[in-house]
Design a binder for this molecule. Structure first.
Ligand code: NDP
Ligand code: 8X3
Length: 258
């Protein structure tokens, strides 16, 4: 049975899609369990949303690469709010734009440990609670990079192709249970993503110059809509790009002169 005020756990809630999703779902009356490494940002968001919308919000520090950290975060959040219905396994990143034969271990490990292992660890810790609640929805955050590849993006694309595989597998594994599985797969969206990847504010900004990229709120809206649908409807995957991006990579992007 679809609860009127579901309890939603979001990883990567200190910025970008995670933060925007927390804002949008709190405004719909959802209770939230929010985590990221920058716990002070998550705590400030939690305080703001609890005050503005009268919902219950738990804020915790979590590094999704670390099993003990994920387990402790999930247990504390579920204990504080008394259950869990929806998971948004959003924490992720791209690190660098190296060709496959040049990628440093640091970037390789950051992407695979966060985008693949971190998502598995999040799912592993949360699913028993979602099952116990009797109704649930698991959101993966994939990417157009899970549908195409580009030079310098081999490992990031591999990690997002991995998300696609995991979402498909989980849907098969949970078939017959009252739990939906959705992968939201955005194209270019202006968040902290490019800054984290390129470590250069000017280069990050120039990526979106002259085009109207997706915002974090646009992606949050896709999550809100998928969640609000009647419960027999499952959005398997949603590829969402801005109108200025015609290809899954940046090969065909419309830029107005500035
Ligand atoms: P942001 O950089 O704005 O946000 C990323 C979030 O992930 C931050 O809250 C960050 O928090 C968190 N995070 C990163 N590593 C960890 C970790 N080890 N443990 C816990 N939290 C972590 O990027 P976006 O919002 O754009 O990205 C969110 C997801 O969307 C990612 O999976 C990304 O791959 C995907 N995506 C992004 C697109 C884009 O163009 N922006 C397009 C398609 C997909 P903190 O640093 O505080 O830990
Ligand atoms: C982010 C989109 O094109 O930078 O997942 O890989 S892209």
């Amino acid at each position: 049975m679809h609860p009127t005020s579901p309890i939603v756990l979001i990883t990567g809630a200190s910025a970008g899609f995670g933060q925007a999703t927390a804002r949008l779902l709190a405004a719909q009356g959802c209770h939230l369990i929010l985590g990221a490494r920058r716990v002070e940002k998550v705590q400030a968001l939690a305080d703001e949303l609890a005050q503005a919308h009268g919902v219950r919000v738990f804020a915790g520090q979590v590094d999704t690469r670390d099993t003990a950290s994920v387990n402790a975060f999930v247990e504390a959040g579920v204990k504080a709010l008394g259950g869990l219905n929806v998971v948004v396994a959003n924490a992720g990143l791209a690190s660098g734009l190296h060709k496959l034969w040049e990628i440093p271990d640091e970037d390789l490990e950051a992407m695979l440990r966060t985008n693949v292992e971190g998502v598995v660890k999040t799912l592993r810790a949360t699913l028993p609670h979602v099952r116990q609640s009797g109704w649930g929805h698991i959101f993966f955050i994939g990417s157009t990079a899970g549908h195409q590849t580009y030079e310098g993006g081999g490992v990031y694309c591999a990690s997002k192709h991995g998300i696609k595989a995991m979402a498909h597998a989980l849907r098969l594994e949970l078939c017959g249970e009252p739990i939906r599985v959705t992968s939201i797969d955005p194209g270019m969206a202006e968040t902290e993503f490019a800054l984290v990847r390129l470590k250069d504010a000017d280069k990050a900004k120039s990526l979106y110059q002259g085009l109207e990229a997706l915002t974090a709120n646009d992606v949050a809206e896709c999550i809100r809509w998928s969640l609000a649908l009647p419960e027999h409807i499952n959005i398997d995957e949603m590829i969402v790009k801005c109108r200025d991006q015609a290809s899954h990579t940046m090969a065909k992007v419309n830029r107005r002169s500035v």
